[in-house]
Design a protein around this ligand. Structure first.
Ligand code: ZN
Ligand code: ZN
Length: 510
């Protein structure tokens, strides 16, 4: 590699590409990649290598406009090196995207951003960890302490957090050692690698949500790319003591602190400055908050509602996924006849209505002939899934106030009204109202360590069994399962699925 002038980071990326290319092209779960041709791995990795070595992209701080692609891949000045047909470029771009080499800038820019070419120098940032946060915001800090320095960690992290990337003036707020992020109402964050430590600072009214997202993203990234680091990194909080105006280098293991506090230990000494700190204060913002406590805080309308609801939604979907991975999780019921009395509801055929799980924009599937299934014997069927249905209804009712404006923004004005989302929830309520109370209670038989109760668990398994029977190929779901960078997945409707896809053009003209 040295002969070709590749830096170790580039070599690492190429190794990943080489290793997986055969697999990715043959068995890709990416519907669009799967349709592409089988190619020679070396020939293909060389194409990515041209991008990673491209000086002009480096000078442009990583921005690679589509208009420059022919120059990089066909009209380059290397003798005896392959020249690639422009028909391949969309495929190459998708491949780079898939391997976190680059991400797409907003559509009108017609460009990708290659994360390994971001500038060396840290740009001017909206705030720094050394400065105090504004009085109305909280800032929490978490440091991932690693026994080894994983090569390429920061560029990879830049790609996987690009949904929150910030552009200021002519520059993006990222550099070789870190990135500054903005997640709208959920706050801002600063991520920076210092030696073998990866620092994460999140600032918001309720920064816990953004911090959770970033921590899970980092955790999944390490698991995906450096499995050898498993068990050799830990999440810590920095010691709050200042020595001669500088922060103490002491670190507290978060998992240990949580254990200590549940054992009744109140204070713990720092091994660097020897000062004891109250554990409660050290863990502030990093406590483990059970789902029912999160829901109670939402109902108490504590500050930072948007982020609290988002955090609750994330946690509940994850808990459900732990029990049942095979199908969509959100649904309501639909009546097929108008004007039924409450007593009649369960004895007439009704419909199961699936919902899209788009973050902060949850809604019933509206595509024609999709996402709706007839239930011929509602009485028996609803009884089986009632405990779970009740949980889902609670989730939907909680996210609905936040989702409504997002739905109108995404699908157009007054969509919430046109779809009459309240009616969906009201009818589900009426259906469950016909069930005996003991079937709806979800706090019975809770297994320790499990988030779902046993009846809830059998409820969702029954739902997935039903979907599997009536729609074994999932052709009528109207939902696509997409993975997230936090290691979860979401079932998205056609429109949200299209919006989720990187905006890579089908044709790139030379
Ligand atoms: Zn200390
Ligand atoms: Zn959707």
């Amino acid at each position: 590699c040295a002969r070709h002038g590749l830096s170790p980071i580039d070599a690492e990326t190429l190794a990943h590409l080489m290793h997986d290319l055969g697999y990715i092209v043959h068995y890709s779960d990416d519907e669009r990649l799967r349709d592409d041709v089988v190619l020679q791995p070396q020939w293909l990795t060389k194409a990515i290598g041209f991008v990673l070595e491209d000086r002009a992209t480096q000078d442009a701080e990583g921005i690679l406009p589509d208009a420059r692609l022919t120059q990089v891949w066909r009209d380059h000045s290397f003798k005896d090196e392959p020249r690639y047909d422009p028909a391949l470029y969309p495929f190459f771009l998708r491949l780079m995207e898939k391997y976190d080499v680059s991400y797409r800038l907003p559509e009108e820019r017609h460009a990708s951003l290659v994360a390994q070419h971001v500038p060396q120098v840290r740009p001017e940032l909206p705030w720094l960890p050394e400065e105090n946060p504004p009085a109305d915001l909280r800032r929490i800090a978490m440091i991932c302490a690693m026994e080894e320095d994983p090569p390429g960690l920061v560029p990879w992290m830049i790609v996987r957090t690009h949904d929150y990337s910030v552009e200021q003036g002519k520059h993006h707020l990222h550099w070789q050692k870190g990135v500054f992020l903005n997640h709208g109402p959920h706050g801002t964050a600063l991520l920076e690698k210092r030696g073998r430590e990866f620092h994460v600072y999140a600032q918001s009214i309720y920064p816990e949500y953004f911090m959770n997202v970033l921590q899970e993203t980092l955790q999944k990234l390490i698991k995906d790319n450096w499995p050898g680091l498993e068990g050799r990194y830990r999440f810590t909080v920095p010691c709050p003591t200042r020595v001669d105006g500088k922060p103490c280098k002491g670190r507290f293991n978060i998992q240990a602190l949580r254990q200590f506090i549940s054992n009744g230990v109140q204070e713990y000494p720092c091994q660097e400055c020897f000062k004891s700190h109250p554990i409660k204060k050290l863990l502030s913002g990093l406590e483990f908050t059970p789902i029912d406590v999160q829901l109670r805080e939402i109902n108490e309308r504590l500050a930072g509602m948007d982020s609290r609801i988002a955090n609750y939604f994330r946690a509940t979907l994850r808990a459900i996924a732990d029990e049942a991975k095979e199908g969509p999780r959100l649904f309501t019921f639909r009546s097929r006849e108008a004007g039924l009395s409450p007593k009649q509801i369960l004895f007439r055929p009704m419909e199961l209505q699936l919902w899209c799980e788009a973050e902060g924009c949850q809604h019933p599937v509206i595509e024609k002939d999709k996402g709706v299934y007839t239930i011929d014997q509602p009485h028996e069927w609803v009884k089986q899934i009632a405990p779970y249905a009740n949980t889902v209804l609670k989730i939907l009712a909680t996210v609905a106030p936040i989702a409504a404006p997002a739905i109108d923004l995404f699908f157009g004005r007054d969509t919430t009204k046109t779809w009459d989302i309240d009616r969906h929830l009201d009818f589900a309520n009426a259906v469950l109202g016909q069930m005996p109370d003991e079937l709806k209670a979800s706090d019975r038989g809770m297994t320790p360590g499990k988030m779902l109760s046993e009846p809830e668990r059998s409820g969702i398994l029954a739902l997935h069994r039903f979907l599997n029977e009536v729609d074994p190929t999932q052709a009528k779901l109207g939902l696509h399962r997409v993975p997230t960078y936090t290691g979860d997945y979401r079932w998205l409707c056609e429109q949200h699925y299209q919006a989720w896809q990187p905006n890579i053009p089908d044709v790139i003209k030379p």
